[in-house]
Design a protein around this ligand. Structure first.
Ligand SMILES: [Zn+2]
Length: 426
């Protein structure tokens, strides 16, 4: 059932950046380098084995922000773009090239006002993002299918097509309306990342410095949300939540929980990363921790003051109002210039793989997966877009992972935990 030529382990490299139309943070921390990249130290024999093994794996990336790029006027998911020239990391041709069978496309939005007006705005934005995913995937029936069940991944692989799942990043669009959990489930969402940078009505976030302990974890409404997600068989995603929220979810959830895109705090001390105790807790509940390539969660990044200043200027110039299509293009070009003039130092594929090693050491091979965060700030030297996923396989083979290990990391573990969550619902 699988397929296709191996590619681009030594292929295209260069500057990349993610453009989130609503995500200045992603823009600020995004992958951008003009430094020459070393070719992976890989023998032809290793490349051949990596190609064969990668092709035999069912690969599922649990978090990409492609829908933000899909909002751009004229963007076509069926066309091949370039990370540097187009500030895009995911499209169907590159998923095919990279042997990516499936990905969770995120209905993501930065946290906004927690008022009736703010919640109405978040609902409208969520509707727009669901629409853009449905339309974008639906217009390429030969290349992709909109997927809602674990078995859809197998179905897609058999048909040599891509399975596009939906996850929501930030429960802000729930407002305070429990009924909306099922509404979003009906539209295809199969996990909800409970929060983003700031607290919402559901829970405390790990990075809300103004109110670090507003709810003390999950709010009473958040507890209802977790129960409702359990009832529906949705995956509760604790990436970005506070440690207290993590504990509450663990205590309350009848089903295993996941982290769709988080790395290891022991290797990179960021509050969004998972502690060793959290990795063990995910193991003990049957969950899965998906390692992410977001630059600042792989290793600390020191931003040059010139870049910080230039970013602030860009925000002032384009922030605070809805951008016209022409302004969006203008901003994209300004971002490319900024990336060229003040490149961010990108972390490497080897550093990313160190997180996988550590998570496997602490949680075990059955509890680790991958959520790249492409188009949301993800990407490392050696793996800059969806076409370069086989480089991860090659790196892990070099580190001694077996074919069975890779099958678990690339999707087997995620499918298992998802099925368990559905069983618990039934
Ligand atoms: Zn995120």
């Amino acid at each position: 059932m699988k397929r296709r030529a191996f590619l681009s382990l030594t292929g295209k490299v260069g500057a990349t950046a993610a453009l989130g139309l609503a995500s200045w943070r992603a823009l600020a921390q995004t992958a951008a380098t003009t430094a020459p990249l070393a070719a992976p130290a890989a023998s032809p024999e290793l490349l051949a084995r990596a190609a064969a093994w990668h092709a035999q794996c069912l690969t599922l990336d649990t978090h990409v922000d492609a829908p933000l790029v899909m909002l751009r006027p004229g963007f076509d998911l069926g066309r091949r773009y370039d990370p540097a020239a187009d500030l895009s990391q995911v499209d169907l041709p590159r998923m095919r090239e990279g042997g990516a069978d499936a990905a969770f496309f995120a209905v993501y939005m930065a946290q906004g006002a927690r008022t009736a007006a703010g919640h109405a705005e978040s609902k409208a934005k969520a509707r727009q993002l669901f629409d853009v995913i449905h339309t974008g995937v639906g217009s390429h029936p030969e290349a992709a299918l909109l997927a809602t069940e674990p078995d859809d991944l197998l179905r897609a692989a058999q048909k040599e097509t891509r399975a596009i799942f939906i996850g929501m990043e930030n429960a802000w669009p729930l407002g305070t309306d429990l009924g909306l959990v099922e509404t979003y489930y009906q539209r295809g969402a199969r996990y909800i990342t409970l929060c983003h940078m700031l607290n919402n009505e559901v829970c405390d976030a790990s990075t809300d410095t103004e109110k670090p302990n507003e709810h003390g974890g999950l709010s009473p409404f958040g507890e209802q949300v977790v129960r409702e997600m359990n009832r529906l068989g949705m995956m509760v995603d604790i990436s970005h939540t506070s440690d207290a929220t993590f504990d509450d979810c663990l205590r309350l959830s009848r089903a295993p929980i996941i982290a769709s895109h988080s790395s290891c705090r022991t290797l990179c001390n960021h509050p969004r990363n998972l502690t060793d105790d959290q990795l063990r807790a995910l193991r003990d509940c049957g969950g899965v921790a998906h390692m992410t390539m977001f630059n600042a969660y792989v290793a600390p990044v020191v931003e040059a003051p010139e870049r910080t200043a230039a970013m602030a200027e860009l925000r002032t110039r384009f922030g605070g109002h809805e951008l016209s299509p022409a302004e969006q293009i203008e901003r994209r070009e300004a971002m490319k210039t900024l990336n060229r003039d003040f490149p961010v130092k990108l972390n490497t594929l080897a550093q990313f793989a160190d997180h996988i090693d550590h998570a496997v050491k602490i949680a075990g091979i059955d509890h680790v997966g991958i959520g790249t965060d492409f188009d949301g700030g993800g990407g490392v030297v050696g793996c800059l877009d969806a076409s370069q996923l086989p480089a991860i396989t090659a790196e892990l083979i070099q580190r001694g992972y077996t074919q069975a290990d890779l099958q678990k990391i690339w999707g087997g573990n995620t499918l298992r935990v998802w099925r368990d969550i559905k069983k618990a619902a039934a």
